[in-house]
Design a protein around this ligand. Structure first.
Ligand code: TYM
Length: 333
């Protein structure tokens, strides 16, 4: 079987970028014959950015309910919370000992923090936690633990998956063939979904459209997307238009072509925004209802996650025993 795995960090409310970049392709993959799917809530990763326990808990519930509302079938896949699998931090340490520090120095999130510090005239590592630095190793443990072949993600995660390959290959080279080397699975036209201001949609830019915003809020947010100042009747550029790219992520190629033609024909921005709103709402509305029902049943979600953890540990526990033996630690087998 081909194994597909992906995770979402529980640091906020899931947005359209998470949906188009990860959740939607992951659920589609899980329905293909011969695929085993592993979808999880990256709550250890959340602690790197969020030190507000209530927010981590709230986000965990929201992201779990989102996966389920989007059609994840918990009895057919492995669906779990990262922190319920103690083997993951244990594997993180084994990988830490083979991970090149130089490679971690080049990780985008860490480098961006260093660059910001340099610009501000601070020490390189001012305010940078070791957790931020180690982020890619924890993520490699997530992926290698379950021998995933394919990891559906947005473009921002490609480098992390390449690092997981690097650490896995190095471990295999030293200790024998234990890990599958994963590949990123990227959907070209949604690889980087833009947010309200045209930059990448991201919790850190505060430019997100929540996946399950109530209908009125969704509409309001879509009407706040930045556009240029061209009047109705003037031709509009699709190139570099956040509005157009968002539409493309929620439509068939034919629909997207028709939208491009409307741009060339000078559709007014108000009309274009209304069309985008209708396009997104049509896809999201049925799932939004399920989401709202699920959010009212946190105990059921908790039970699903506990079951998922038991199932995932049936794979993680024996693998860890094998790895401990391989590196020369006390043999638990
Ligand atoms: P996170 O929580 O930032 O994002 C979750 C997923 O959503 C994708 N994504 C986007 N895709 C397209 N356009 C956007 N604007 C956009 N914003 C976010 C991300 O690429 C990601 O696929 N480190 C990961 C979580 C993680 C993980 C893993 C993923 C932990 N362990 C193992 C895969 C495998 C993260 O913080 O994603």
């Amino acid at each position: 079987a081909t194994r597909v795995l992906t995770g979402i960090t529980t640091s906020g409310t899931p947005h359209l970028g998470n949906y188009a970049g990860a959740i939607r392709p992951a659920i589609a993959a899980s329905r293909r014959p011969g695929v085993e799917s592993f979808y999880f809530l990256a709550d250890y990763h959340a602690l790197i950015k969020v030190q507000d326990p209530a927010r981590v808990q709230r986000s965990t519930l929201e992201i779990a309910a989102s996966w389920l509302a989007c059609g994840l079938e918990p009895d057919k896949v492995w669906f779990y919370r990262q922190s319920d699998i103690p083997e993951i931090p244990e594997l993180t340490w084994l990988l830490t000992c083979v991970a090149g520090k130089g490679l971690l120095n080049r990780a985008h999130a860490y480098k961006a923090a260093v660059d910001r510090n340099r610009e501000a005239g601070e020490d390189d590592d001012a305010g940078v936690s070791a957790g931020l630095f180690m982020y890619p190793v924890l993520m490699a443990a997530d992926i290698l633990m379950f021998k995933a072949h394919s990891v559906p993600v947005g473009r921002d995660q490609i480098q992390h998956i390449e690092m997981a390959r690097d650490f896995g290959a190095r471990f295999n080279h030293l200790y024998g063939d234990h890990f599958v080397l994963p590949e990123a699975a990227i959907e070209e036209n949604v690889a980087t979904l833009p947010g309200l201001d045209g930059r990448k949609m991201s919790k850190s830019y505060d430019n997100t459209i929540p996946l399950f915003a109530p209908r009125a809020e969704l509409k309001k947010l879509i009407f706040s997307i930045v556009t240029d100042s061209r009047a109705p009747g003037e031709p509009k550029d699709t190139e570099g238009s956040a509005l157009f790219q968002l539409h493309q992520a929620f439509s068939t190629p034919e629909q997207s072509q028709a939208f491009a033609k409307a741009f060339a024909d000078g559709i007014g921005w108000g009309e274009a925004k209304q069309a985008l709103f209708e396009q997104i709402d049509a896809e999201v509305a049925p799932m939004r209802e399920k989401y709202e029902a699920l959010m009212a049943k946190p105990i059921e979600i908790e039970a699903i996650l506990r079951e998922g953890a038991i199932k995932a540990r049936r794979i993680a526990t024996p693998l860890l025993a094998e790895l401990r033996h391989a590196v020369g630690l006390r043999d638990l087998r």
